[in-house]
Design a protein around this ligand. Structure first.
Ligand code: NAD
Length: 317
């Protein structure tokens, strides 16, 4: 089969692309390398077609050779990373909404299957758990903070996908719950696990946002890729919305403690944990509803947190 992966040079996209290539598929990656890197694709670079272009522009899709032969579009291009949501909310909205609309139009025009990578943040600050089913999205008043530039852009993306499905398109939605693993960005614009490991290694201190009681359901990259593959390869699943996450919740204070211990064991250096002010609008919990994943895709996260953290740490040493 032939796949288009937007955002395929990023954390999640590059591992998905590697797996698609390993399975013998033909892959076109469309990424402007805003946050992704060519180096993430080094193992497969000579076996894929990489188009360095903006997924928001219709003209970028004109570079795809033989577009009618694309079977599945995986749309992952987006601005991700909490610091960006607060610092550049209009960029987040622009890229996330326009890249979704343009890639969806491409898939519609060429009769491809479409997989939209949404997020649990599409539910905003909903306190109903598990998350990702029929409950309503809850967004605080827009003057409070800018965080939901991201979650609301994913919510609008989901609306666009459902509209396309109503018009007969084969489109699906996946929502990864806090992915982590090798290649996750650990700088100040990155995501939690890699940021904690990075600051433990660089500064010997892990700074936890708020009081650290907020929990997440961390999902290892290999499990996410298996779920993404299953979501895109399944027949007769138009309109499917699937949450890909682990049922094991961990508080951020506990996560920091475990990472500190692991870094101490692996490197011999001492690591302390402190607490700092967090971002507004951060959800207290994000536990996935796994009904679709388990019953429709027969998918379950298999990697233990212990193993996943160790693999991630070793990739960053
Ligand atoms: N990582 C997670 O835990 C997680 C959770 C929920 C949802 N998601 C979604 O999954 C997708 C991939 O996330 P990720 O963690 O790999 O992030 P990432 O930042 O590593 O990957 C996003 C990719 O999109 C590219 N990109 C950004 N703007 C672009 C543009 N205008 N045109 C073309 N490419 C562009 C970036 O260069 C990057 O390679 C995103 O849509 C994200 O919102 C990720």
């Amino acid at each position: 089969m032939r796949f288009l992966v937007t955002g395929g040079a990023g954390f999640l996209g590059s591992s998905l692309v590697e797996s698609l290539v390993d399975l013998g598929h033909d892959v076109v990656v469309l990424d402007n390398l805003w946050r992704g890197e060519k180096g993430n694709l080094h193992a497969v670079l000579d076996r894929i077609s990489l188009i360095e272009a903006d997924a928001c522009l219709p003209s970028s899709y004109s570079s795809i050779v033989d577009p009618h032969s694309i079977d599945v579009v995986y749309h992952l291009a987006a601005i991700n990373g909490t610091k960006w949501f607060h610092e550049k909310p209009r960029l987040v909205m622009d890229v996330n909404i326009n890249s979704t609309l343009r890639s969806l139009e491409f898939a519609e025009n060429h009769r491809c299957r479409y997989v939209f990578t949404s997020s649990p943040e599409a539910y905003g600050e909903s306190e109903k758990m598990p998350l990702g089913g029929d409950e309503s999205a809850v967004f605080s008043a827009s003057h409070h903070h800018q965080r939901h530039a991201y979650g609301a852009s994913k919510y609008l993306g989901e609306l666009a996908v459902h509209h396309a499905v109503r018009n007969g398109m084969d489109a699906r939605i996946v929502r990864p719950f806090n992915g982590y693993g090798p290649r996750l960005l650990g700088n100040e614009y990155g995501q939690v696990v890699a940021m904690m490991i990075n600051s433990a290694l660089q500064d010997g201190v892990i700074s936890v946002h708020g009081d650290g009681s907020q929990t997440r359901s961390l999902t290892y990259i290999d499990d996410l890729v298996q779920g993404m593959l299953a979501s895109g390869l399944k027949n007769d699943a138009a309109g499917m919305c699937v949450n890909l996450g682990s049922e094991d919740e961990i508080s951020m204070a506990e996560l920091a403690k475990r990472i500190a211990n692991l870094v101490e064991q692996e490197t011999g250096q001492t690591v302390s944990v402190d607490f700092s002010e967090g971002y507004p609008g951060d959800s207290k919990r994000r536990l996935p509803n796994l009904f679709q994943a388990e019953n429709t895709l027969q998918w379950k996260a298999e990697t233990s947190l212990e193993d996943g953290l160790l693999q991630t740490l070793r990739s960053m040493l």
